[in-house]
Structure formats: C-alpha cells, structure tokens
Design a protein around this ligand. Sequence first.
Ligand code: MGD
Ligand code: MGD
Ligand code: SF4
Ligand code: MO
Length: 712
Amino acid sequence: MKRRTFIELSTQGIAGLGIIPLISSSCAEKNDTKTVNGACCLDCPDSCSWQVTVSKDKVTEFKANNDNPYTAGKLCNKMADYPTSVTFNPKRLLNPLKRAGKKGEGKFKEITWDKAISEISAKLKTIIKEKGGEAIMPFSYGGNEGKVQGNAGDNFFAHIGATELERTICGDAIVAGIMATNGQTMGVLPEDIIHSQYIILWGTNTVHSNQHLWPFIQKAKAKGAIVVVIDPFQSQTAFLADWHIQPLPGTDTALALGLIHIILKEKLQDQDYIEKYTAGIEELTKHIETYSPKTVAEITGLDETTILKLAHEYAKGKPSLIRVLIGLEHQTNGASAARVIAMLPALTGAWRQLGGGLMNMTYELFGNAFNNKILDIPEALKNKKTRKINMVQLGKALTASDLNPEIQALIVFNSNPAVTMPNQNLVVKGLQRKDLLTIVLDHFITDSARYADYVFPATTALENWDILASYGTPYLNINEPAIKPLGQAKTNTEFFRLLSKEMGFNENYLYHSDLDIVKGLLDSDKPYLRGISFESLRKTGWAKMNIPEKWMPHAEGNFGKKDGKCLFYNPEITPALPDYIPFAYSEKERTQFPLHLLTIKSTKNFLNSTRANHEMHIQKEGKPFLDMNEEDAKARNLVTGDDIKVFNQRGEVYLNVRIKNKVRKGVVCMPQGFWSSLMKVGSSANALTHDVLTDMGGSAALQEARVEVMKV
Ligand SMILES: Nc1nc2c(c(=O)[nH]1)N[C@H]1C(S)=C(S)[C@@H](COP(=O)(O)OP(=O)(O)OC[C@H]3O[C@@H](n4cnc5c(=O)[nH]c(N)nc54)[C@H](O)[C@@H]3O)O[C@H]1N2
Ligand SMILES: Nc1nc2c(c(=O)[nH]1)N[C@H]1C(S)=C(S)[C@@H](COP(=O)(O)OP(=O)(O)OC[C@H]3O[C@@H](n4cnc5c(=O)[nH]c(N)nc54)[C@H](O)[C@@H]3O)O[C@H]1N2
Ligand code: SF4
Ligand SMILES: [Mo]
C-alpha cells in the first residue's frame, strides 16, 4: 500500500451522509482584475486554500482563504511569499537549458524546447532499442502533491516499460504498520482533536510540520487536555507540551509494548471492546510478558516511573488520542512501532469516544471521492511487469555494477534527490556518471539539476490547473491558474505530452489535458463527492468531503480486515507479533561512531529542501546547528558556537555545535533540507545517513545513522 494510492475505505457505510454546505467565496472577474482559488501543493498535511488576485497579469494579492476552517486565514512562512519567492523570483528558471560544463559544475546554455525535446527523444529511443525501457527511470516525489502535476509521466513511463520507482520514503512504513493492525489508516479527524483530553504527539513536530493542527490542540488544552510529546529531540512542540518524554531513538516499539504490559497487568483495558472488536488478545498477553517496565526502561533509557505514569494516564484519558505522522517511521523498527501503537486505542477502548483513538493520515477518504479512472494506468499496460527500484536506494541503483540493464537515463521532477535522499555521496557519484542521461524539471537549478544534461522550466502553482487531495485533512482543493506561465515554463504534464509526440506515440492515454484530468477526477459518483462538482469547486476553491458528520470510524470495531477486527496478532504478517529489534551495528562501528544522529525536519522556513535556496528564507532560518548534550560536548571539549565536523564512513558535514541539552547523552541532531551546494565542502545532512530500509513499507531508516564529532 502506497501513501499516494487511494483505496476505498471499509468504513464508508458507518453513518448517514450529510451534505456539508459550501460557503461561496469571491471568485470574481472585474475589468482587468480577477481572483482565482488555489491551494498549496507542498508535501504538507495542512493542504491550505488560498486566493490570488491578478490585475493585468500581475499578482496584486495572495492570501489564505478565510473560509476554509482548517486554513483559518493563515498560510505558513514557507508559502506566504510564494509569488515573490518562487513564481516571480528573478533567479527562477524560465528557459530550457543544456549542460555546458562538467556534471555538478552548474554551467548551462539556453536551448529551445523543440531542440531539447528532439535531442532527448532521440537519446531515449536509442536507449530503449539497445537496452530496453527499464534502462530509463523516473525520479519524482513530493515537490508537487497535485493529482495532475504530481502524477505526471505515469502513463508515459508505463508505456515505455521504464523501471518503476518505489516512492516510499515518506509514510509507507507508518501506513504498513497501522494497516497490519487496523487494516486501514483512517482514524480520528484532525478537527476532532478538540474533544480529546489526553493527547500524545508521538514522534511528530506539530508546531512546525503540521502547524494548522496546533490551534485545535490549543482548544483542547483550553478544555483541560494534557499534551504529551514523545520525541528523542526537544522539538518546538516538545518544548511547548505539558510533558516531554525523551526516549532513545528507535525504541518506540519497546515503549509501546511496555505500555500494553502495564495496561494488561493492571487490568486497565476495556475488556468489552477487546472481546467484541479485536482478535489475538491471548497471544498479545503472552507476548508482552518480556516487556516489563524494568526491561523497557533499560531499552528506552526512560525511568520506570515515567513509563508507569504514561500507561496510567493514557489508559484513564477520557478520551485519549495518539497523533502519529511521519517522524516516527524513519527507524529500522519504524513500522513495528506504528503497528504496536495502533493497538493501544483498541486495548483501552479509546475509539468509543469522539476525539479518542489514533490520528494518522486522511488520504484514504479521497478513495471514496475522486473518480481515479483517468489517472489509472490503462488496462493495456497493466500486465507489463517492469523492474522496481526503491527511491531510498537511488545511489546504489545508479552505481551498481550488477544491475541489468543499468540505469542509462534518469528523469527527475518534483524532487531534489541530491539533497533529500540518503547516502548523498553515493547519489552524487551516480549523478556524476558520464554515461548517464539526466533530465531535471524544476523551478530552480537545484543541487540535483546541477548534474543534469538538460533542465526544463516547470510551471508554479500560480500557472497550472490541479486538484489536491490531502493527507492531513478531509478538505479537497482545486487550483486554478492565476496567470499564464512565465517565460518558457511548461507543466510537468506538457513535458511528457511533447516527448510522447516527438517519440511518435499515438495512444490517447498519453495526451490527457490538465483540465480534462481535473474534470475527470471530479466526474465521480462516489459518496464523498456528492454535491461537489467542477463548477462548485471552482467557485469555492475548497470543499469538505461529504463524509458523515460524526466521524467515529472504530466506535464499534469496523476495522479494515475481513471480519472487521483490530488484529493484536496477525498471522498473515511475519512476525505475527511485533518485537523491538535494534539495528545490528558492528562493535567497530559503535566505537568509531558512538553518537546516534537524527536528521530531522526542524526547519521552520524550508519544506525539505524547498525554499532552502531563497536568501530571505535562509536568513530567517539561521545557521544550521548540531544539537549536542553537555556531557558529550565536555568529552570533546566543545562549547556552543564551535565549528565542528560531523562524520562517519559515508561522509562529513561542517556546521556549528549548540549545547542546550535538547538531546540526551549519546544522541545528536541536525536539520535536514539545507542544500549541499550552500554548505562547506558541499555536503549536507544526508551525506551521513544510509539507505537501509524500514522493517515494512520500504521507507528509509533515516534516523538510524551513527557519527562522531570533532572540532575544526
Ligand atoms: N516546516 C516544515 N514542515 C514540514 C516539513 C519540513 O521539512 N519543514 N516537511 C513535511 C513533510 S515531507 C513531512 S513527512 C512532515 C513530517 O512531519 P513529522 O511527522 O512531524 O516529521 P519529522 O519532523 O520528520 O519528525 C518529527 C519528530 O520525530 C522525531 N523522531 C525522530 N526519531 C524518532 C524516534 O525514533 N522516535 C520518536 N518518538 N520520535 C522520533 C524527531 O526528533 C522529530 O522532532 O512534515 C511536513 N511539514
Ligand atoms: N535525512 C533526512 N532526509 C529526508 C527526510 C528526513 O527527515 N531526514 N525526510 C524525507 C521526506 S519525509 C520526504 S517527503 C523527502 C522529500 O524529498 P523531495 O521530494 O526531494 O522534496 P523537496 O526537497 O521538497 O524537493 C521538491 C522539489 O520539487 C520542486 N517542485 C515543486 N513543484 C514542482 C512542479 O510543479 N514541477 C516540478 N518539476 N518540480 C516542482 C521543488 O522546486 C523542489 O526542488 O525527503 C526525505 N529526506
Ligand atoms: S506548506 Fe503547509 S502550512 Fe504552509 S501553506 Fe502549504 S499546506 Fe499550508
Ligand atoms: Mo515527507
């Protein structure tokens, strides 16, 4: 199950459907001035709605949509200046470019679209003829979450039989874990958090990464809720919480099993809920024997009293809610952690009350809304099985000597893998290959584009149509272009249409127009889209899906498995019961690199590497620091502000150290997202991470690196 795949929900029939009234907003055209509705396409759970006013092709106003209750009239500081920092940024790419220097040098000369497409077409045809379609690989991810621009190229790559990219770096482990227990991921709706009395934000930095949820948490707090954060780093959210629990990284599976141990030993469970709606309690009861508070304290580095207090308070919360997003999954044990955490609300019966249960992602809802036919891979291509390569192992794939056929062409869009993928130096080594044809579509010469043979200027959200689902809200959005594309910019989809034509392909499925896709998705008879049409959405910009008013998916079981039960024990998965299994480092690695490194999204002004090239955003963000504990600093003779080198067998990153005890002894933490080309010696956080996959779901164990630190 991929995060970006929309499946039908098993809970669709749980209650009557109430049409949610649509508030009409000002989509107007007067003389030369018009206002259109749009939405943020960044990889963020908040999916904000906005409005753009344009006069004579100039943007005169860009603001959040006040009507959408989740956006609540506020865009974040990553997006508030989008027109100036991206669309009209003088450094924006407005012409196709061809490489004129060495790979990585960033030297290009202008070329026309016609000539560039014709050259690429000839090269790709030769590769297909000589090595087969699998020698070509797409590389795209979350730069644009729109259904149109995000799925661009899918049919083209299927048509040529290209290697299939497993796009699993974000969310797939957490989803695999929750699916193993619940059979679906959809839980409590974000706005219903106001009904919770005990909120655990487990491995998520809400204040920065999901900031429109925070005001609802504040509302719950005003009604007496306690907010607990479980995070090995003192994030801004942890700092603002009532209680910050700071386990060692990657030990959440043990902690959650320990909570179950205490709940069952002290008979704090909801026996009636367990009997009616779950399966496997006997096996689970036996399984948690070994996870005593003492053992769990040793594994997690927490006091026994902390673990006991958490178990008691959680079980007694009326109701308790656990919020997980993505941060938790980037450990080798990440999916198992989610799998055990998902058992907790079924054990205590928290699902019975509004605002109680588990909150993860909302994207499943959209499976009951859109008509995805227009985006589905056409029947004719479905049986064409092609090789799959996981995006997490891009470096390996580009440098492997035993890959048959080896990757000869890489087409990158909506992503900046030279910064965001693990094992950065191996990714760069691959991108440096002289025999690799690299094509990048973006708004700027990113660190990845520097290695490209051809770079194409992509449109921004102010210049293209799209439809946006959401992984953090039940709201869908339309994005109407406000202006014509600047310069020679074209949409991702247009790139693939032009290439298809030049390569001589005639199939209709390669030529859907963007507006046809938007209209096709909305031409749906699925229940959650009832009352919403292209015309109505164009007027309002956003709409809450037509979901039941009181959303309590598991108040009476109704889990996604065949018999509707929550599975404490799942024999279809190996292991049938999840265990805490630490990553097996060699003794040598432990001694050489004694510190556990976290590389997280603590940046307030960037989203992954997006915006990390913009002067104002860089300035606001300030210098990147490595957070270190006092004891570790003392042992290395370091004081705050010292220039340091963080290193391991894969790479080195130069930055300053900050000693504020935001991490425990033995753990260090730095932000990811900074462009390597803007850092000393040209490498950033991912130079230190490795490409190990998570236990399930094929995500990356990004937070599992070990390093040493020295003063320079
Ligand atoms: N400002 C900003 N917002 C963003 C992004 C951004 O880059 N910047 N990125 C967007 C994207 S792509 C995503 S996926 C979401 C992610 O949003 P979140 O799920 O909130 O993810 P992260 O910020 O990666 O991690 C959250 C916290 O998990 C903690 N963590 C790390 N390892 C462990 C562990 O083993 N156990 C526990 N309990 N916690 C751990 C980290 O210290 C971190 O504080 O945010 C989105 N929003
Ligand atoms: N060490 C470490 N690494 C991580 C993470 C971590 O926590 N730690 N987080 C991981 C996570 S959760 C994620 S989601 C990934 C994200 O990894 P990426 O998907 O690579 O994310 P971005 O860095 O935001 O890069 C998106 C790029 O798409 C471009 N773009 C935006 N819109 C368009 C468009 O319409 N067309 C085209 N052609 N381009 C467009 C942007 O300009 C930008 O360059 O990073 C992962 N990497
Ligand atoms: S990045 Fe997130 S918070 Fe910021 S405008 Fe986009 S959806 Fe809203
Ligand atoms: Mo992500």
